[in-house]
Each structure stands twice: as C-alpha cells, then as structure tokens.
Design a protein around this ligand. Structure first.
Ligand SMILES: Cc1cc2nc3c(=O)[nH]c(=O)nc-3n(C[C@H](O)[C@H](O)[C@H](O)COP(=O)(O)O)c2cc1C
Length: 237
C-alpha cells in the first residue's frame, strides 16, 4: 500500500471526550499514537495525555506525509533525543518512540530514544515511495509521494528490528508487512517483544486475530511454552 492520508484527526480534546470512552469499553490496552509539527506540539499533547486514562503513548516521529514536522525530528540521533527528552519531562506513562526507516542507520535514532528515557521503540513506519500514472504522467498520489507498507516492506523491517535489537536494551515493538503468525514470529526472532499490524488490516480485518492463532500454532509445533523465549533468538549465519 502506498498511502498519503496525512495525520488529520479531530484533536486530543475530541479524542478524550468521544473516542476514549468507547475504547475503554473494549477491554484492551490503549496506546495513543501522537504527532505534532513542533517540539512544543508534542509536549502540549503529552501533557494532556498524561492525565488521560490510557496505558501509554507512542510518539510518531516518523510520518513521511506531514510537510513540516515529525520526519524532521525522527531522522537523527539529536532530533529524536531532544523531542523524547522534552516529552519525558511531562509524561509519566509508558513512552514508545516510533522510528522512521527513511534513514541510513536506524540504530542512531533508536539510541537517541533510549538515551532520552523512552521505555520502548517501535519500528518501522512507512518507507517513502512514489508511483506515476504513465498516461497522465502525474504521480498517482495528490501529495506526489507517500508511505509504502504491507508485505513488500517486511524484509526491510525485519532487518531494521534486528539491527536495533543489537544496539539498544529497551523492548522493540516490530511492524512492517505482518499478515500472519509466521511473519510475527520472524519479527520476534529478530528481536521484537511485540508486534503490530497496519496494512494487513486492509487486506483482511481478521488479520490480527488470525496472527494470534498462527503464533499459538507455531508455539505448539515447536514446543514453546513462553513466547518471550524466542525474542531475539535468530541464529545468524
Ligand atoms: C493507512 C495508513 C495510516 C497510517 N497512519 C499512521 C499514523 O497515524 N501514525 C503512525 O505512527 N503510523 C501510521 N501508519 C504506519 C503504520 O502504523 C506502520 O508503521 C507501517 O504501515 C508498517 O506496518 P504495516 O506494513 O503493517 O502497515 C499508517 C499506515 C497506513 C497504511
């Protein structure tokens, strides 16, 4: 999938008043993905979220579709460290920093997050992509470029999860192209303690449920009692 939906949404006050009460009835952990255009935006947003009845915050430092803003912070060690440390001062809840794959060395922003007090990192966000209509000669997306995700990005994501797992000591939430249990296991072997699914939900809304079943089948087949036992257990050639 190549998307350019941006991050438009009704805002944190609306979320707290209307979306959160419904989410609270669903008996799930609630982690809010937060994004801004400036460091002050992130800090103000997290001050509000700190008082909300939620389980944690994931800072989106990596969206490629916002003109000014998060991608600019997310690509360097210093940028990630700065925004994470400012947010850490106002947020007592678990803080996950989401990293962009649009960098040469993903371990640097990952270390920036860890050194600024993040509790975990999540990766990968979408890869910057472009597609052209050969008849009109115009890009298919109105924004010209967009974020690439789904099964085609999985090898990039698995590689980056592995690299980050070798570089930091905080847990990794892995994502990028997961559509079944086998994919999820691959991420866990690479070093992810947990996984998440984006584009796969557009192929089949039951992808997450089926992925959990697939993980359980793999555990039975390989006599694994505790899923944590496989985290980071890839055996490199
Ligand atoms: C339609 C769409 C919207 C997304 N919106 C967000 C977002 O608001 N915040 C964010 O951090 N990542 C966002 N992502 C990125 C995904 O969370 C995920 O990191 C990425 O797509 C790779 O995983 P996947 O291949 O399972 O989709 C979005 C992805 C898609 C496809």
């Amino acid at each position: 999938m190549l998307n350019s939906i941006g991050l438009q949404n009704p805002g944190v006050e609306y979320f707290m008043e209307y979306d959160l009460p419904w989410l609270k009835t669903q008996n799930v952990a609630i982690i809010v993905n937060a994004c801004g255009s400036t460091i002050e935006d992130y800090v103000e947003l997290c001050k509000v979220l700190n008082k909300a009845d939620i389980d944690g915050v994931e800072l989106n430092l990596s969206c490629p579709n916002v003109k000014a803003g998060c991608l600019a912070f997310g690509t360097t060690y210093e940028g990630v460290k700065e925004v994470t440390s400012q947010v850490r001062k106002v947020l007592d809840k678990p803080l996950i920093v989401k990293l962009t794959p649009n960098v040469t060395d993903i371990t640097l922003p990952a270390k920036g997050a860890e050194n600024a007090g993040a509790d975990a990192v999540s990766l990968i966000n979408t890869l910057l992509g472009m597609s052209i209509n050969i008849n009109t000669r115009k890009p298919h997306l109105a924004n010209n470029t967009g974020g690439l995700s789904g099964p085609c990005v999985k090898p990039v994501a698995v590689r980056m999860v592995y690299q980050v797992s070798q570089a930091v000591n905080i847990p990794i939430l892995g994502m990028g192209g997961i559509i079944n249990g086998d994919d999820a296991i691959e991420f866990m072997l690479a070093g992810a303690s947990a996984v998440s699914i984006g584009a796969g939900n557009f192929i089949d809304p039951y992808t997450s449920v089926n992925t959990v079943k697939g993980i359980e089948e793999y555990m039975k087949k390989h006599n694994i009692e505790n899923i944590n036992d496989i985290v980071g257990k890839v055996e490199m050639n």
